[in-house]
Design a binder for this molecule. Structure first.
Ligand SMILES: C[S@@+](CC[C@H](N)C(=O)[O-])C[C@H]1O[C@@H](n2cnc3c(N)ncnc32)[C@H](O)[C@@H]1O
Length: 380
C-alpha cells in the first residue's frame, strides 16, 4: 500500500470552530506579527515567541490560545502551506485555517517520497531522506504525524520523597488529574496544563517536570547505591535531580552560571544530593550534550526556524572527549542528546578499547516520548 507522505502530518479530524476563530482579522494579524517576530530571530524563535505572547496584552484570555495554535500550526506545516501557494505570513495563517478546517490540499501532486516527507515535516530534505531510509515510508509517515501533535506534560515523581500512587492521590486532592506514563516508572502525565507553582506538592519538591525520555535515560544508567556522578552539562538540573533521587551523589557543571543557579534552587526544593562545581573525575560521567534539539519538535515547533544540525558537532566531540577523560577506571561514560540525527548521535566515536554497554534511540511514533538518544560505554 502506498503511503501519502505529503499529507502525513495533517490532523485526522477537522476543527471548524478553531478554523473560523482565526479568520477574525485582528487575531489573524496578531498571528502574523508573532510569526514575523520569530522569523526575525530564528535561532531564538522559541524564547522570542514566549516573550511575544507574554507581552501581547491586546489579546484576551480566550484569544491568546487561538493565536498560539495558529502560530505553532503554521510553523509545523509551513512547507506544505507554502507549497499550497501561501507567500506571506497572513496567507500562511489563512491556509492553516483551511487545513484545520479539514482541507487536504488535494490539488498538490507528489514530488517524490523525500520531497513529500520533507514538506510534511517542514524540515530539510537531507533529514527527511535520513529518516525515510532508517524507518521506511510507513513509519516515517507516523513520525511526521507524531511530530505535528502536542507533547504531553509529564512529571517525574521525586521517589526520594513519595511514590507514584501517593503523588497521584495528592495531585487529585489538589484538583489535578493524572495518568501513569507508559514506560517510565516514576512518570505521571497531567491531563491538563496547570500553573505548577500554585501547587503545594510542587513547592514541597514532590515532583519535577520531565519528559519520559529523560526519565528513561536516568533509569538506564547502571548505578551503585550512593555512587558519585559527574553531570558535565547539567543545565537547569533535570537529569542531576533524577539521578540524585535514585541515590546518586551528583556533581553538576554547566557553562551557563544562570542555569546552575536554577539547579541549586531546584535541588533545595527537592532535597537532592547535588553539588555544583568544576568537573572532577567520577565513576559515572554524564554528557547530556548540547544539540539541535530536533527530537523535541512536538514541544518546540519553532525549532525549525533556526535548525542547524552541524552547529554543536564540535562541542559534542569536545565534551565527549572531556567526559571520557574524567571517567575513573572501570567507570561509565553516558552520552545523550535530544536529537534523532546520525550526525549528532552515532558520529561521536566510542573510545578505542571501551566496551559499549547500551545504545538506544527513542522515537515519538514508537515510544510516545520526545525523540532521544543515549550511548553508554564502560572504561577499561
Ligand atoms: C541538553 S542541555 C542539558 C540539559 C540538562 N542536562 C537537563 O537535564 O535539564 C545541554 C547543556 O550543555 C551546556 N553546555 C554547552 N557547552 C558546554 C560546555 N562546554 N561545558 C559545559 N556545559 C556546556 C549548555 O549550557 C546546556 O545547558
Amino acid at each position: 500500500m502506498s503511503v501519502d507522505l505529503l499529507r502525513s502530518a495533517l490532523p485526522d479530524s477537522a476543527d471548524d470552530s478553531l478554523s473560523r476563530a482565526i479568520g477574525h482579522p485582528r487575531l489573524r494579524g496578531a498571528a502574523a506579527d508573532a510569526l514575523a517576530a520569530a522569523r526575525a530571530r530564528p535561532t531564538l524563535a522559541g524564547p522570542t515567541l514566549a516573550r511575544w505572547f507574554r507581552q501581547a496584552r491586546q489579546l484576551g484570555s480566550k484569544e491568546r490560545p487561538i493565536v498560539q495554535e495558529a502560530v505553532f500550526g503554521v510553523l509545523r506545516h509551513q512547507a506544505l502551506l507554502e507549497r499550497a501557494g501561501a507567500r506571506t505570513a497572513v496567507e500562511a495563517v489563512d491556509a492553516w485555517a483551511r487545513l484545520v478546517g479539514g482541507e487536504r490540499f488535494d490539488a498538490l501532486q507528489s514530488e517524490g517520497p523525500v520531497a513529500d516527507l520533507a514538506t510534511a515535516l517542514s524540515l530539510p530534505q537531507a533529514i527527511a531522506a535520513e529518516w525515510l531510509e532508517a524507518l521506511g515510508a510507513q513509519e516515517a509517515a507516523a513520525l511526521a504525524g507524531a511530530f505535528s501533535g502536542r507533547a504531553p506534560l509529564c512529571i517525574r515523581v521525586n521517589r526520594a520523597r513519595i511514590d507514584r500512587d501517593a503523588l497521584a492521590r495528592r495531585l487529585l486532592a489538589e484538583g489535578v488529574q493524572t495518568d501513569p506514563s507508559a514506560l517510565a516508572p516514576d512518570g505521571l502525565l497531567l491531563r491538563r496544563r496547570v500553573n505548577l507553582p500554585e501547587l503545594g506538592s510542587w513547592r514541597e519538591g514532590l515532583f519535577e517536570v520531565q519528559d519520559e525520555a529523560s526519565q528513561l535515560l536516568i533509569d538506564a544508567i547502571p548505578l551503585e547505591p550512593g555512587q558519585r556522578v559527574l553531570d558535565l552539562c547539567a543545565g537547569g538540573g533535570g537529569k542531576s535531580l533524577g539521578l540524585a533521587a535514585r541515590g546518586a551523589r551528583v556533581r553538576a557543571w554547566d557553562s551557563r552560571p544562570d542555569a546552575l543557579r536554577r539547579l541549586v534552587e531546584r535541588s533545595r526544593r527537592a532535597g537532592a544530593a547535588v553539588s555544583v562545581g568544576e568537573p572532577r573525575p567520577a565513576p559515572v560521567v554524564l554528557v547530556d550534550a548540547p544539540c539541535s534539539g530536533i527530537g523535541r519538535l512536538r514541544r518546540d515547533p519553532a525549532l525549525r526556524l533556526g535548525l542547524d544540525p552541524s552547529r554543536h558537532l564540535a562541542a559534542q566531540a569536545e565534551l565527549l572527549a572531556l567526559g571520557a577523560s574524567l571517567v575513573e577506571p572501570g567507570g561509565l561514560l553516558v552520552y545523550a542528546t535530544c536529537s534523532l540525527l546520525q550526525v549528532e548521535n552515532e558520529a561521536p566515536a566510542p573510545i578505542f578499547g571501551w566496551g559499549e554497554v547500551e545504545r538506544r534511540w527513542l522515537w515519538p511514533q514508537r515510544e510516545g516520548t520526545d525523540g532521544f538518544f543515549w550511548a553508554i560505554w564502560r572504561a577499561p
